[in-house]
Design a protein around this ligand. Structure first.
Ligand SMILES: *Cc1c(COP(=O)(O)O)cnc(C)c1O
Length: 456
């Protein structure tokens, strides 16, 4: 076993194709349904929303899809990203486990999100789109798309969940530096926003509401499309550069993961690191135990229902089968803004349903305890979202110590927390209490699932 703590690849090692897990799943994913007819959706139905190339990827069952050279050229700015062996953390934990983390915080926006933002901006540009609308929770996705939009000369309009908009002024400035427009959601610029404000003028917003606003703006104009930073198949696909690079890096380390841990908001960074390994397992390769970690107060995979639901609160999107807390569910405020979505990526949901992925949840306090322990040992302050992966990995490493086993644990450090210092300030001030979600509200949101769910 090598002694290195960092495994670096060459530019030529950036994957030339994305990996599509659908090719290796034991059953085809349930179709996406038209909200009006309840029938499987056609590419034409989606054309007002997404570029055609992206729609084709959304429904493709090809195992590998080529990465366009202009996209790879931009990815070269920060990829391949480093894989670290967390030797100092191993020492601090006094564990017999080998802990590795892939670090996606080296991207310009500080997370994995630019991996798909660049691809989506490229396809939009190629198809003559002038403007892209989107939503952002913590601001990571808006930052990534703003960056990608600047490279392709696209206008970017971002609806940012109001609570984050107020908490994170630097994120807004970041987006504006790239020429993007950032609007607090719910806003009075759309019908869906106005409807929410009429009912609750003090609404702090949610991803579901912001998606409705962005979708509404996109379908209004022919030269505008919408982009999503997580959940959908094509987004998960674009993130598989993470896992594919990691495979090569672990070869350099002469190692293979027994356990993979990722945090799940909509599931894209998790799928990015886990699916290439899961595919190998499904094709008869080595076994690997895959753990998806989510926040205890937005427990989509652990407490949600696997059912058809809308992607947004205003019910403008198609219906997808996924683990969901109900499209009207608004989780209590907590600091991992990127993990506050009511649904989960359909492919992550399906693999969890098939028992190929094992979900669990942690409270905020547990996550920040782990994040600070990690920072002290490894010198990187994780994003609050990434802290969920960190605590999962640490818990597995402690288990190894107790069992006296020596396993290789791999996790995705999907972003740094340098824009999230308010969350750390609250943690250090002891103000990071966990607000339970309301069981009543959850039951109500679930009872409002579209009726197709009953038929399916
Ligand atoms: C957006 C984001 C997430 C959540 O999205 P996924 O699609 O689940 O990856 C997690 N971590 C960071 C750093 C993010 O920016």
């Amino acid at each position: 076993m090598s002694d290195s703590i960092k495994y670096l690849l060459q530019e030529s090692d950036i994957p030339t194709a994305w990996y599509n897990i659908i090719a290796d799943l034991p059953e085809a994913p349930p179709p996406v349904l038209h909200p009006g007819t309840g029938q499987p959706i056609t590419p034409d139905d989606l054309a007002p929303l997404f570029p055609m190339a992206v729609i084709e990827q959304e429904v493709s069952s090809e195992r590998y899809i080529d990465i366009p050279e202009p996209v790879r050229d931009i990815l070269k700015q920060w990829r391949p990203s480093p894989l670290y062996r967390a030797r100092r953390l191993e020492q601090a934990l006094d564990t017999s486990a080998r802990i590795y983390y892939k670090y996606e915080g080296v991207s310009p926006a500080g997370s994995h999100k630019p991996n798909t933002a660049v691809a989506q901006a490229f396809y939009s540009k190629q198809e003559g789109v002038k403007r892209i609308t989107t939503e952002t929770g913590a601001g990571q996705w808006g930052s990534a798309l703003a960056f990608a939009g600047a490279f392709f000369g696209l206008e970017i309009e971002v609806y940012m969940v109001k609570v984050s908009f107020n908490q994170k002024p630097y994120r807004r400035a970041f987006m504006e530096s790239f020429g993007a427009t950032c609007i607090a959601s719910p806003s009075d610029t759309t019908e869906s926003g106005r409807a929410v404000l009429a009912e609750n003028p003090d609404s702090t917003g949610s991803l579901g509401i912001a998606i409705s606003e962005a979708v509404e703006r996109a379908v209004q104009r022919d030269d505008t499309r919408y982009a999503l930073g997580s959940v959908l198949n094509h987004v998960l696909l674009h993130q598989t550069v993470i896992g594919q690079e990691t495979m090569k890096q672990l070869e350099m380390a002469d190692d293979y993961p027994d356990i993979i841990v990722g945090c799940t908001g909509g599931g894209s960074n998790f799928a990015g690191i886990a699916f290439p390994f899961l595919g190998e397992k499904l094709r008869g390769g080595q076994d690997v135990h895959i753990i998806a970690v989510e926040p205890a107060n937005c427990p989509t995979l652990t407490k949600g229902r696997y059912a058809y639901d809308f992607g947004d609160t205003g019910h403008l999107t198609p219906l997808v089968k996924m683990h969901t807390l109900g499209s009207t569910f608004v989780p209590p405020g907590f600091h991992a803004g990127g993990l506050r979505y009511h649904g989960m990526g359909p492919l992550v949901s399906q693999t969890a349903e098939l028992g190929l992925v094992h979900p669990r949840s942690y409270t905020q306090a547990e996550c920040f305890d782990a994040g600070v322990q990690f920072a002290k040992a490894e010198g990187i302050i994780p994003a609050p979202e990434a802290n969920h992966a960190v605590v999962g990995a640490i818990e597995e490493a402690i288990k190894c110590k107790e069992e006296g086993s020596s396993k290789a644990i791999l996790f995705n450090l999907c972003g740094h927390g340098n824009f999230d210092m308010q969350a750390y300030m609250d943690y250090f001030a002891g103000k990071l209490y966990d607000q339970e979600y309301s069981e009543e509200e959850l039951a109500m949101a679930l009872s409002g699932l579209p009726s197709v769910a009953a038929a399916a």
